[in-house]
Design a protein around this ligand. Sequence first.
Ligand SMILES: NC(=O)c1ccc[n+]([C@@H]2O[C@H](COP(=O)([O-])OP(=O)(O)OC[C@H]3O[C@@H](n4cnc5c(N)ncnc54)[C@H](OP(=O)(O)O)[C@@H]3O)[C@@H](O)[C@H]2O)c1
Length: 238
Amino acid sequence: MGRSLQNARVLVLGGSSGIGLATAKAAASAGAKTTIASRSKEKVDAALKEIGGGATGEALDTTNDAAVEAFFARHPEWDHIVVSVAAGRSAGLRDLALQDAYNNMSAKFWTAYRTARLARISSEGSLTLVSGFLSQRPNKDALLQGCINAALESLGRGLALALAPVRVNTVSPGIIDTPIRASMPADQKKKMFESVASTLPARRVGQPEDVADAILMLMTNPFTTGSTLFVDGGGMIS
Ligand SMILES: NC(=O)c1ccc[n+]([C@@H]2O[C@H](COP(=O)([O-])OP(=O)(O)OC[C@H]3O[C@@H](n4cnc5c(N)ncnc54)[C@H](OP(=O)(O)O)[C@@H]3O)[C@@H](O)[C@H]2O)c1
């Protein structure tokens, strides 16, 4: 297998949208046998039409322990797994209900943990987590998101030891233009993106393909494990 994804069995959790969808498309284009999963069957089916290349998919809520256990029990060993599941709405300390905070942690952090615990990954394969640069640059209006991302980056480093020789890495994106902000009014989003872009060395916000490129590199580079790769247009240094 090594550096090639030809015929590799690639699973993208959260592969029906945004970064996960771009990753699934890139993997399928590189010849991988690609599978996606997310909660909505409609979103999975629509994504499969975009991905092509014989990709398969199914509905799976990764916060459901029993469903995730059953999913991994009925699937064979994977070569590469990517976890790109989003948490719910983020907000400041007093604006986010505690139950929503717990749900966010469950969707993003515990999905990665339970996947690592249950999935079988080939010894030359990889697991890639998607965190976010708030891990290093806290934002008071998305306080918990930063904590979840920091926990994921730590988890990625620990898993690189626990699952070796399977390689485990984390991609930490900055602001990326994906459907994650679908509920934001278009003019507000445009202004926010322009404002962020003006502060970034890259002078633009990211596209899902920017992150997918990095994920594919981490999947296929045989000497990279325990790394956190920032794909943030320079957000960490601006
Ligand atoms: N976009 C950014 O600016 C940005 C920045 C930093 C980090 N990130 C991180 O990057 C990751 C991907 O985000 P994105 O921007 O690509 O978001 P997105 O376009 O909203 O995609 C999120 C994916 O997660 C799936 N999902 C959500 N909850 C799920 C659950 N319980 N079980 C299974 N699948 C679930 C969604 O599908 P269903 O609705 O069908 O479940 C969708 O496929 C997230 O962890 C996000 O926090 C994004």
